[in-house]
Write a protein that binds this ligand. Structure first.
Ligand code: NAD
Length: 507
């Protein structure tokens, strides 16, 4: 995490959202929000004080008393309105996102759109939060379940999807009847705050959605707070593991979606042109800063001859600010991120991988101060090299080799991460074997970034996820609710009396 930095006094301040009001923080700790293409300071974000975090939780706790009893149709209609407002403001949201995060404008719209899909799903809450009923489980006895909200829930989000990931969290938590505390990434909180303004405009009542800003201290306060019942985290494996342990010990429900190293297998029978296009797009899009980016291509057999084709495609991509039309990839989020990626490229060279394309220190006319790293390709990559063992989170594609599909699957399953993967092949049998034997959450077949739509849930295995239930879709309804099982009998004067029953059986 980057420490708070000296701040530009004149830059506008990002507000906290407490009790339905956007308020100025009283903190003395601030950090700049910086345009990664230009280094322009766009705003300053506060690190909320313990009292402000306390006030946010208190307001959410108070609002829960009435929100939990609000009719399901009322809740649904707010999200119907909210999705309309997001659509109407799409261009403004995407522009804000590009300015503070760096991704291209079309990709920023994609970021908002993938979140919008979850809002649309939340508008169908009436069909999603249904219980079950079994009639006559014993004589005149019915058993049914109700899915009740938990109370105050919280979400902690990463910098790389500042629209989509907050929208993975608070709409479903609130639609199921909970109130919410959001802690956005301190690196790019502006589009998240605009989405919160629109949420209030859509009708979310005061106190139901609250936002606090900050870093480690704010996250720890959320993990420890006795009035917060559930925590949803998305971010790095290191921080996620800490959040999982700390919040679980404090008795909360926790889900953590974490780091990745996503492999794509390329079989020799794959459609060469389409497969290389797909993998290059998924590796370098968003400057490689997607948890579902393809960072390793495993070329099987004859496909190993395709390395020059990957390099040629990568070399042709246009690197510039996200606002420049025709840009394929923009800058990485910060100077520190750029230095880290450049350092890992250097280690890749030292540790014996072949640097096929070096994107360090590129020339980006008009944006000389930006945090740019161009597309970089290594071949001959093996486990034990830092570029393979670490999540680079930058525009670097590692190419590895395997003799056959079994070896490629074994290679992927031996990597600690299990977020996303893909296979490129024309063989149904190979694809099915891959689907069955691979130990990874999201699996793509001739699709490089298989992020599920909200009819399903985002998932992950091994080091990429902690907690049983995913952050949206069907699973999140279970995550944000407590199942209550009711077994009921209604006496009727004409019913035969059974006498005293001292057994466990229902009669
Ligand atoms: P990060 O872990 O640095 O930050 C995530 C959140 O944790 C932020 O809100 C941040 O303020 C907070 N935080 C940072 N350091 C902390 C600390 N020491 N203690 C407590 N909280 C702390 O992640 P990031 O750099 O913002 O995002 C990139 C990471 O997120 C990558 O590893 C990526 O793979 C992962 N990610 C995963 C998914 C997924 O669904 N699996 C999705 C998006 C991003």
């Amino acid at each position: 995490m980057n420490a708070p930095t000296p701040v530009a006094a004149l830059a506008p301040t990002v507000k906290l959202l407490i009790g339905g009001k956007f308020v100025e923080s009283k903190t003395t700790e601030w950090r700049n929000v910086v345009n990664p293409a230009t280094q322009e300071v766009l705003a300053r974000v506060p690190f909320a004080t313990p009292e402000e975090i306390e006030a946010a939780v208190a307001s959410a706790k108070q609002a829960f008393k009435t929100w939990r009893k609000t009719a399901i149709g009322t809740r649904a209609r707010i999200f119907l309105k909210y999705q309309q407002l997001i659509r109407e403001n799409m261009a403004e949201l995407a522009a804000l996102l590009t300015a503070e995060q760096g991704k291209t404008l079309p990709d920023a719209e994609g970021d908002v759109f993938r979140g919008l899909e979850v809002v649309e799903h939340a508008a169908g809450i009436g069909n999603l939060q249904l219980g079950e009923l079994a009639n006559n489980v014993a004589n005149g006895v019915d058993t049914y379940t109700v899915l009740q909200p938990l109370g105050v829930c919280a979400g902690i989000t990463p910098f790389n999807f500042p629209a989509m990931i907050p929208l993975w969290m608070f709409p479903m938590a609130i639609a199921t009847g909970n109130t919410f505390i959001l802690k956005p990434s301190e690196q790019d909180p502006m589009v998240t705050m605009r989405l919160c303004e629109l949420a209030l405009e859509a009708g979310i009542p005061a106190g139901v959605l609250n936002v606090v800003h900050g870093g480690e201290a704010a996250v720890n306060a959320i993990c420890d707070h006795p009035d917060i019942k559930a925590v949803s985290f998305v971010g790095s494996t290191k921080v996620g593991t800490h959040v999982y342990q700390r919040a679980s010990l404090a008795g909360k429900r926790v889900q953590c979606m974490m780091g990745a190293k996503n492999h794509a297998i390329v079989m020799p029978d794959a459609n060469k042109e389409q497969s290389i296009n797909a993998i290059v797009g998924a590796s370098f899009g968003a400057a490689g800063q997607r948890c579902m980016a393809i960072s390793v291509a495993v070329l099987v057999g004859e496909a190993q001859k395709w390395v020059p084709d990957f390099v040629a495609k990568a070399k042709a991509l246009k690197l510039s600010a996200g606002t420049t039309p025709g840009t394929d990839l923009g800058p990485v989020i910060s100077c520190a991120a750029r230095e880290r990626v450049e350092g890992l490229i250097e280690r890749g060279v030292q540790e014996g991988a072949t640097l096929e394309l070096d994107g360090r220190k590129p020339n980006v006319p008009g944006f000389e101060k930006g945090n740019f790293v161009g597309p970089t390709v290594f071949s001959g990559v093996k486990p034990g090299m830092s570029i393979y063992d670490q999540e680079i989170f930058g525009p670097v594609l590692c190419i590895a080799a395997a003799d056959d599909l079994e070896q490629a699957i074994e290679f992927i399953n031996a990597n600690p991460n299990g977020n996303g993967t893909a296979i490129f092949t024309q063989s149904g049998a190979a694809a099915r074997m891959f689907q069955e034997d691979i130990d990874v959450g999201q699996v793509g077949i001739n699709l490089p970034v298989p992020v599920p739509v909200p009819l399903f849930s985002f998932t992950g295995s091994r080091a990429s996820k902690l907690g049983d239930l995913g952050p949206y879709g069907k699973q999140v309804v279970m995550f944000y609710t407590q199942t209550k099982t009711v077994t009921a009998r209604w006496f009727d004067d004409s019913t035969l009396h059974h006498g005293v029953n001292t057994t466990i059986s229902l009669k």
